[in-house]
Design a binder for this molecule. Structure first.
Ligand code: NCD
Ligand code: ZN
Ligand code: ZN
Length: 443
């Protein structure tokens, strides 16, 4: 079946295209982008009127915790991928800190098959760097890569031993696997629960120094430089980390990096009311850090924004700040927070903002996604970039609504998400824009 998305502002960062036009999809793939009205639809074509809306490749999220298997009460592959769809995300990499962890072939196969049966977006399982995420012995990377894994990470845990990390980079390099190391030097972060600045000190919360993140990133950059392998730095949250990555890139180190929406919006002042929903790893730092992250995103030091969607149930969050589990449920607020923090403030054009949410993460993961090129999979997001909305945690599709953004007014609303040409999420307000298609019961 053919689908026409009409009169939208079509943005395709991969090709630099940004103009009003018609997007044609056929048999699950992008067929063409044509000037508005240049080509007429035929009977049976499904039509979406996208006038006044943005039409872009579905977002690619490099960092998601789906919690299945083991913590299905927080999230499942089914609920997490539906939440992704509601956020305009059509491809995601899911982290292996499940129970049991994804450190072997059988577990990778399990994630792939569950995703195929119950997932609605493309799922790329990230496998462990070390067996059991224990940081003692490397996982069977060759086997994992052969099973279709694109990246490895012990996320939640760092690989603390420099020697082991060096071997991980050597093996991963030979297999062209991306290594994502949770950047945290545990001897520095210790029992800290919040950014170790003035606010935490005032509130009596134990602090995590910026060096906990930055020492580990420095080490990883040095090891990536020496081995010539690729390293990806997750959840970058401080100004110093941006500087280290910028300098490494200038030297030609094969380093890429992501930050998360919450670091672009919040500062540690949000700790003031001890809201456990702002407890996250690494902790949210200061206004000067947020400023540096925005600058790093603008100049390309930070390649991507990834949600680090970390769903936790009320059981882990409705308690004292120091006892609450770290993490933010982020799939459904990512696009809006980024549009509000980055695009609306004039720091980046809409096209450049979308590059960091689509083609850049796809390039880092080496998957053929994040583009509207003819022949590409028809993964598309249609959204209102200008309209305002209020975030309502109670309406999350995710099973967990641990967000510090409940009630916040933001820009941007996802109206429809398509994967392989099929609508997998549609806002009720979008129904009036849909017409044509096969009659009910048709073939
Ligand atoms: C993550 C989780 O809950 O799995 N939590 C977090 O605060 N970011 C782990 C992680 O990303 O390191
Ligand atoms: Zn992490
Ligand atoms: Zn994570």
């Amino acid at each position: 079946m053919r689908t026409l998305i009409k009169n939208g502002r079509i943005l395709d960062p991969a090709s630099g295209h940004d103009a009003v036009g018609d997007l044609w999809l056929d048999a699950g793939r992008v067929q063409a982008i044509t000037p508005p009205g240049a080509k007429r639809p035929e009977p049976g074509d499904e039509i979406f009127e996208a006038q006044g809306l943005a039409v872009a490749p579905g977002l690619v999220d490099l960092h998601v915790h789906l919690r299945e298997p083991g913590e299905e009460y927080k999230e499942t592959i089914a609920s997490g991928t539906r939440a992704a769809a509601a956020g305009g995300i059509t491809s995601l990499a899911c982290m292996p800190n499940t129970d049991p962890p994804v450190d072997n072939l059988a577990m990778v196969d399990l994630i792939f098959s569950k995703a195929r049966q119950q997932g609605v977006v493309n799922v790329y399982p990230v496998a462990c760097i070390t067996k059991g995420r224990r940081g003692e012995e490397l996982a069977e990377m060759g086997e994992l890569q052969a099973a279709g894994v694109k990246a490895v990470s012990d996320d939640g845990n760092p690989v603390s031993s420099p020697m082991l990390m060096r071997s991980a980079l050597q093996y991963a390099g030979m297999l062209d696997l991306l290594v994502i190391n949770h950047a945290e030097e545990r001897s520095l972060s210790g029992k800290g629960v919040a950014h170790g600045g003035f606010t935490a000190a005032k509130l009596g919360l134990s602090g995590v120094p910026r060096s906990a993140l930055e020492v580990m990133i420095s080490r990883d950059v040095i090891l990536a430089e020496e081995t010539g392998s690729r390293i990806h730095i997750p959840h970058v949250s401080t100004a110093g980390a941006v500087r280290i990555i910028r300098e490494a890139k200038q030297r030609g180190v094969r380093v890429t990096a992501e930050t998360a929406p919450h670091y672009l919006v919040l500062t540690d002042e949000c700790l003031a009311d001890y809201n456990s929903n702002v407890r996250v790893n690494p902790p949210i730092a200061e206004a000067s850090d947020r400023e540096a992250l925005l600058a790093g995103l603008a100049d390309g030091t930070l390649d991507a924004v990834a949600t680090d969607h970390a769903p936790h149930s009320r059981r882990e969050k409705d308690m004292e700040f120091v006892l609450a589990a770290p993490g933010i449920s982020g799939l459904e607020t990512s696009l809006s927070l980024v549009l509000t923090a980055v695009t609306a403030t004039g720091r980046l054009s809409l096209l450049e903002t979308l590059r960091r949410l689509t083609s850049n993460p796809a390039r880092i993961l080496k998957v053929p996604k994040g583009t509207l090129a003819a022949g590409a999979d028809a993964d598309v997001v249609i959204f209102d970039a200008e309209g305002e909305r209020e975030i309502r945690a109670a309406e999350f599709v995710s099973q967990s609504n641990n967000t510090p953004f409940d009630g916040r007014r933001v820009k941007g609303r996802v109206l429809a998400t398509l994967v392989a040409g099929r609508v997998i999420h549609a806002d009720p307000a979008f129904a009036v824009r849909r017409s044509g298609g096969l009659p009910a019961g048709g073939v």
